[in-house]
Structure formats: C-alpha cells, structure tokens
Design a protein around this ligand. Sequence first.
Ligand SMILES: *[C@@H]1O[C@H](CO)[C@@H](O)[C@H](O)[C@H]1NC(C)=O
Ligand SMILES: *[C@@H]1O[C@H](CO)[C@@H](O)[C@H](O)[C@H]1NC(C)=O
Ligand SMILES: *[C@@H]1O[C@H](CO)[C@@H](O)[C@H](O)[C@H]1NC(C)=O
Ligand SMILES: *[C@@H]1O[C@H](CO)[C@@H](O)[C@H](O)[C@H]1NC(C)=O
Length: 440
Amino acid sequence: MWRLVCFAGLACGLFSVPVSGRLKQACRPVQLTGETGTFTSPNYPDDYPNGQRCRYEISVQRDQRIRLTFSDFNVERGLDHVVVYDGDEKTGGEGQQYTGQLNVDPIESTGNTMTVVFTSDRAGTASGFNASYVALLEPGTTQSQSTKTHTNSEKVGCGPLLLTGESGALNSPNYPQDYPNNLTCRYGIVVGTGRRIRLTFSVFDLERGSDFVDIYDGNSTDRQDRIGVRNTGELNLGTVDSAGNALTVVFTSDSAGTSSGFSATYTAVDTELACPSRRPFLGDSGQLSSPFYPAPYRRDERCRYRIRVDFSKSVRLEFVDFDLEEGFDFVEVFQGDTTNPKFSLGRYTGSSNPGVVASASHFMNIFLTSDRSIAGRGFNATYTSVDKVFATCTIGEFRCADGVTCIRSWQRCNGEEDCSDRSDERDCGSVDLMSTGNNV
Ligand SMILES: *[C@@H]1O[C@H](CO)[C@@H](O)[C@H](O)[C@H]1NC(C)=O
Ligand SMILES: *[C@@H]1O[C@H](CO)[C@@H](O)[C@H](O)[C@H]1NC(C)=O
Ligand SMILES: *[C@@H]1O[C@H](CO)[C@@H](O)[C@H](O)[C@H]1NC(C)=O
Ligand SMILES: *[C@@H]1O[C@H](CO)[C@@H](O)[C@H](O)[C@H]1NC(C)=O
C-alpha cells in the first residue's frame, strides 16, 4: 500500500507502507475443529478495523451438528455484516446475514460444518461480536445411547483433531458426561509461527492410574517431548505452555472405569511477552514481574532480569507478590551483574513472600527458573535505589570496583571471580599469577 508519509515537518513523500501485521493476522481464516470453541471479531471488545473480511470455519465430527451462539453482537448497521453459512461459503446457500446491534438467537447447522464471514467496509466501526459454538449429537441420538453403541474412537468424537485457530477448546469425548472406555484420542494444536500455545484446563477428572492425558511439546508424541508426568486422577493442572507453535494432547482410557474427563481451552500467545529483554532496567526505581503476571509464568522458563542504578547507589528490591511452585520453581537474586551462585543473595520458592532483598552493589540480577510441571502466579516486585555504603578496606585487602566489597589481596588475579563485577580478575596484565600470589 502506498501512503503519503511526513516526517516531523521536515519532508513528505510517498512510501510503501506494509498493511499492519496485526490486521492481517487477525483476519486470517480461522479453523475451529474442537467440540467447543470461541471466536471474536478482530480486536474485540475494542472496535474492529475497517476493510476486513474474516472467515471462521467450524467443523465437528461427522455425526455431530453445530450450535452457534453470539453472546455479543454489534456491527455498523447496514454497512458491516456477518453472514452465517450452513456448510461452507460456496455450498452453504445464501447464508443468513446479520447487521446492527442485535440479540442473535442460537443458530444450528444441519451438517457438521458452518462458516461465518465478517465484512467491514472502509469507514465506521463498532465493538463487533463474540461467538461460541458447541458440537451437538445428531437429533435422536442421546448421549447415553452414544456411549453404549459407539465403541470406536471416531464415533464418539475423539479425533484425531487438529486445532489451528488462535484460540479454541478441547474436551474429552462426551464431556461433561463420562467418557467411554478403550479410547485413544489425539488432539493436535498448531498456531501461527513465532507464537506459543497456552493450554488451560478448567476441569480434570480421570480414573486414577488407568486413564491418562499426556501432553507433548510439538507435533510428535515422542517420549522425550512429553511435558511433565502422565496426568491422571483429579488434578488442578492449571496451564501448560508450549515452547514452539505446536502442542499435542493424547487422552487414553482403558477397558474399564470412567469419569467426567477434562475440559480445556487454549490461546496463542506472543513469544516476546515471555522474558524481559537482556537490557537492564535503568531507572532509579521500577517495577518488574514474571512473564504474564498475574497469570502463571511458562513452564521450563529461564528469565534473567538485570537492574542497574547510578554508581553511587545500591539496589533495594521488594517483592509485592510471590507465588512459585514450591521446591521446583525458583527466583534467585544476585548481587552484581552476575548469576554466579557465589553472589547469590537468596533463592526463593513457594508462596511465602521473601520481602526485601538488598544488593550492596549498583547492580542486581534476578533469575527465574521453572520446571516442566505446574506453574504458579509468579512474582511482582518493585525496586528503588538507596545510597551505596562504600567499603573501607584494610591493608592486605583489595577493593572491588563496585566499591562495596573487600577481598583478600591474594584473591586478585587468581583466575577465580571473587568480586561480583569481576574487577579482581581485570588488569592482571601478563603478570604471572604464581608470582602475584607470592608478592602478598
Ligand atoms: C466472549 O463470551 C464468552 C462467553 O460469554 C466469555 O467467556 C468470553 O470472555 C468473551 N470473550 C471476550 C474476549 O470478551
Ligand atoms: C507442527 O506442524 C505444522 C504443520 O503441520 C508446522 O507448521 C509446525 O512448524 C510444526 N511445529 C513444530 C513445533 O514441530
Ligand atoms: C475394551 O476392550 C476390551 C479388550 O479388548 C474388551 O474386552 C472390552 O469389552 C472393551 N470395552 C468396551 C467398553 O468396549
Ligand atoms: C505490581 O505491583 C505494583 C506495586 O504494588 C503495582 O503498581 C503493579 O500494578 C503490579 N503489577 C501487576 C501486573 O499487577
């Protein structure tokens, strides 16, 4: 697209301006294949952009139908509209058109597919719509009959399913009724490249020790890609995050015993929202928190936070909120611009708030690590700078460049970091280390 662009009163010219990535991305065709799912107009609940044409394709198992519900519907009357097709856009007939601010009654498909197309014109906008759907078993087939008569995986709607929308839902077969026996159901989730999947379980109730949900990072079900242990029994699984743009969930039930199963939803999240950048926090004071706080941080996370204040000051960190998986996930605070355990000021886990941690130096590093299982809410902290207390070193001691630490002179240039700023190992020149030691 060509646009007239002006730079701060200096010059104007025609430049090629890429159509905003966000708009393009929001409007890629969305495929929804779970037993339930939700979707919204771009930017919802904020106003949608102009000039959009967004297609949402819903398909469920062959013996199921779809009930679509708009919980909110508000598009510019007469100019922007939503068309719902019973089937796909080409074969689904005229489609039913909706425009304006409406209370739309639930819409049911006759077959197992439905297509929703949203179009906005070049001007005027509104908050758009929020829609959800559920898969219905065909009329005349009650759920309990289906449990009795369908014994193979495909008939009870257990996939394999591939979910490619930016958000979606997956449930165990028949959920919230008991799932059938002898099943292996595979659910693959793939989102846009450069994004991650955040899967959140709202319900998890399986026959303990014999029915399982296994979650794998990526497209394969190789043992080495499994996230954490096999999940069974009644669990508060919380959220699971992928490292890449794919996640695979496998549900297996054995030949006897059943339960209500599981219900989960997922959303695609931006990768860059995870750890902070490697650049230090530089202000006199500031605020930092774990990725996604107050939502849980990712599994298998490693984030380093660097704080640097003025040389004449030192860093005082105060945790406002703290909740990590006890014994497995940790926050460690270091004096200096280092994560060398030697300069650790404390290593914290669980949900008791560590309170205030102070670094004598003008640098502080904070390192968050999580394992591959349950994640907590994370932490939220603020820091301030306070006057540095410079150390007075005595004879036979060396003062580190940060001015706050004294080490023994023989520790200088001995090939080991004894100052958290490594100043003891600097300017050693070509001096032979042994003879330096002998001089002291
Ligand atoms: C859409 O509606 C559903 C159900 O009414 C609700 O749970 C969800 O939060 C809404 N989504 C947004 C983005 O508001
Ligand atoms: C998973 O498969 C999809 C295509 O089916 C591919 O685009 C994607 O990169 C794969 N992701 C991983 C993490 O292997
Ligand atoms: C499950 O499989 C076992 C062994 O193949 C069989 O005996 C049993 O009847 C099956 N159960 C159901 C509910 O299909
Ligand atoms: C973290 O705590 C600070 C100070 O109490 C607060 O201002 C900030 O909003 C909190 N951050 C989040 C994401 O809740």
